[in-house]
Ligand binder design. Structure first.
Ligand code: PLP
Length: 261
């Protein structure tokens, strides 16, 4: 049986990020993705121009009909946008997904600088969703917001991971892509269930901005968890998948490059 993941996330019509990147990642990693759409963006490779949220009733219906029909091996959560959507998703997951590992991507700001989560929603994100997460995957900027501290080096990343884990997520991955490390490396920090730190590193690929890396990484972790890998292997393999997809990047528009899955 093919491993099945449920993706609850937003749509990116340029297909670099969001649900579209999640589906490509699931397909390339030999899993099946069902998708419940939280919001639609009007977006190209340069910027996000507008956001249209699904109504709460309709989002609820999308998720409920999927749970009534399909048993999922993992759930990936991407862009949520508002407090109401966070609360709706939190309630549904609490009711229907107690035993399914949840990969929670703390989507807040796009590479383009556009805001993807309203500021006042951060507290609900922390109180309603973080405790349900098997792993939460902030980048440096998101980790700074969640942990309420500046992050400049590996020690700061470890401290922030500890603070974020205290919200209730079993594992925390802080992605190092936005920090400058020595030797042209990128180092991410995984803090696991047993409170062990793991450094996950790869060579930095220079060049323009890449669009959709965060969505793709969280989805690839969800695929690997659905295939029953342990968290460290799932995260390392997902990191390698993103690296390979960045190497195969595509210039499809005038803005950021997209990943070649
Ligand atoms: N659009 C949607 C719907 C997203 O979910 C995300 C990120 O999760 C983005 C845009 C931004 O992606 P990036 O920061 O990689 O450009």
């Amino acid at each position: 049986m093919i491993p099945k993941i449920l993706v609850i996330a937003g749509s990116d019509p340029s297909s670099g990020a969001g649900i579209q990147a999640d589906i490509k990642t699931a397909f390339a990693n030999k899993t099946y993705a069902a998708t419940a759409i939280t919001c639609m963006t009007a977006q190209n490779t340069k910027a996000v121009f507008a956001i249209q949220n699904s109504s709460i009733d309709f989002l609820k219906q999308q998720i409920e009909v999927l749970f009534a029909d399909i048993s999922f091996d993992a759930i990936k959560i991407g862009m949520l946008g508002t407090t109401e959507i966070i609360n709706c998703v939190g309630d549904l997951l609490k009711k229907n997904a107690r035993k399914i590992p949840i990969i929670l991507d703390s989507v807040m700001v796009a590479t383009s600088g556009d805001i993807l989560l309203e500021e006042k929603a951060v507290e609900s994100f922390i109180s309603r969703l973080a405790p349900l997460a098997y792993i939460i995957t902030p980048n440096i900027f998101e980790a700074e917001i969640l942990a309420k501290m500046k992050i400049k080096n590996l020690n700061d990343m470890k401290l922030a991971a500890t603070k974020i884990k205290a919200f209730g997520a079993k594992n925390v991955l802080i992605k190092g892509g936005h920090l400058n490390f020595k030797n042209e490396k990128i180092i991410s920090i995984l803090l696991d269930e047993k409170n062990n730190f793991h450094e996950i590193s790869n060579k930095k690929i220079k060049g323009e901005n890449f669009h959709g890396t965060g969505c793709t990484l969280a989805s690839a972790i969800a695929c690997n968890i659905a295939k029953k890998m342990n968290i460290e292997t799932a995260t390392r393999k997902a990191n390698q998948y993103v690296y390979r997809s960045i190497v195969k990047n595509l210039k499809i528009g005038k803005g950021s490059l997209v990943l070649g899955h």
